[in-house]
Write a protein that binds this ligand. Structure first.
Ligand code: ES4
Ligand code: ZN
Length: 335
């Protein structure tokens, strides 16, 4: 098994990280107090109680119920800044060099917090991370798939200045997957793509949805990356396609265990992906809820795949770099 020092030193890129999912229980209670937000009666009253709840979620929806309550404590631009900055401070210590991070503007605009407030707070933290740590980053705006597509079109309109000026680098799709297939969002993806030809497209697919959701995201939404995608393992033709077109799957080991998608990290089809040349990266998803940041995920995978040598890990790191949406010059810093 490779050493933890080796994994720490590997230049790591994160492609699947929800900024709202970095809200640690201590910051959640601090912000609730600072912003005078009353949490629901049934919500745990202390950091300890909340950590007990976070030990295991029944499924994706059980987690999302807590995640959306958490977002309610974020109000001011500096709350969004503080949240993202705390994330960058943590992962800087873990050897992260590049982060492409999601945020959910609709979970804030629904509370009358403007998309400007949210985006500017997060962008300011990204700028500071580059200035102080040399960590480069990209913002990915996600649409919540439980919200009506018509509403989502309005969100895209509100975000148009940030899509046009490149502050938002990419569009993503998250929240409850199974009841809301990709075909519902064809218009939204078309509209967003028409605003800036450089806008990148990705979507959560194949986490609780089937391999068909992955194929549909590729065919109908024109995404060039798939978030999670582990259910692709059940469709050999799809795996051939992912390999041929070098579609990156952003796999989230801790998340899949905590949401009971798999029983243990060893069940993930990572060896199959390597054997079939399907590129994947390892990511933390919602680290404050799932118990670990990027390096913790790398270490856990190294324990569950102990036969992987330095060369295999080098291949995984390279796939993550090559699948990143930064320019070739930046990639050259790490390759
Ligand atoms: C999410 Cl793990 C996961 N899946 C779907 N949507 C999400 N939003 C935040 N975390
Ligand atoms: Zn996710």
């Amino acid at each position: 098994m490779v050493s933890q020092e080796f994994l720490q030193e590997l230049p790591k890129c994160e492609h699947h990280l929800h900024l709202e999912g970095t809200l640690e229980p201590d910051l959640l209670f601090v912000l609730a107090k600072r912003n005078k937000i009353t949490l629901p009666d049934a919500f745990p009253k202390s950091i300890e109680e909340l950590n007990v709840k976070y030990e295991k979620f029944r499924d994706l929806q059980d987690f999302l119920d807590y995640y959306y309550i958490g977002t309610n404590v974020l109000i001011k631009e500096h709350d969004f800044f503080d949240l993202a900055w705390a994330y960058f401070v943590k992962v800087h210590k873990q050897g992260l060099v590049h982060a492409e991070v999601f945020y959910d503007p609709q979970s804030h605009t629904s509370r009358d917090i403007s998309i400007e407030t949210v985006t500017k707070g997060f962008q300011r933290a990204c700028d500071k991370a580059q200035a102080e740590f040399g960590i480069t980053s990209k913002l990915i705006m996600c649409l919540l798939r439980h919200i009506e597509p018509e509403e989502c079109l309005k969100t895209i309109e509100e975000a148009t200045p940030f899509i046009k000026d490149g502050t938002i680098s990419a569009l993503g799709l998250d929240s409850a997957e199974a009841p809301f297939p990709p075909n519902l969002f064809v218009e939204c993806y078309k509209k967003a793509a028409s605003l800036n030809q450089d806008l990148r497209l990705t979507a959560h697919a194949g986490e609780e949805g089937s391999a068909q959701f992955v194929s549909d995201a590729l065919d109908l939404l024109n995404v060039t990356r798939i978030d999670h995608g582990i259910n692709s393992q059940h469709d050999d033709e799809l795996l051939d396609r992912l390999a041929r077109d070098q579609i990156l799957l952003t796999v989230c080991p801790f998340s899949n265990v905590k949401l009971q998608v798999v029983k243990s990290v060893s069940e993930l089809p990572l060896q199959k992906f390597l054997d079939k040349n399907v590129p994947f990266s390892l990511n933390s998803d919602d680290p404050a809820y799932f118990g670990g940041y990027i390096l913790d995920n790398y270490i856990q995978v190294s324990k569950d795949f102990p036969h992987w040598d330095h060369e295999t890990w080098g291949r995984i790191a390279k796939n993550a770099i090559n699948g990143s949406w930064c320019d070739d010059k930046r990639k050259g810093d790490w390759l």
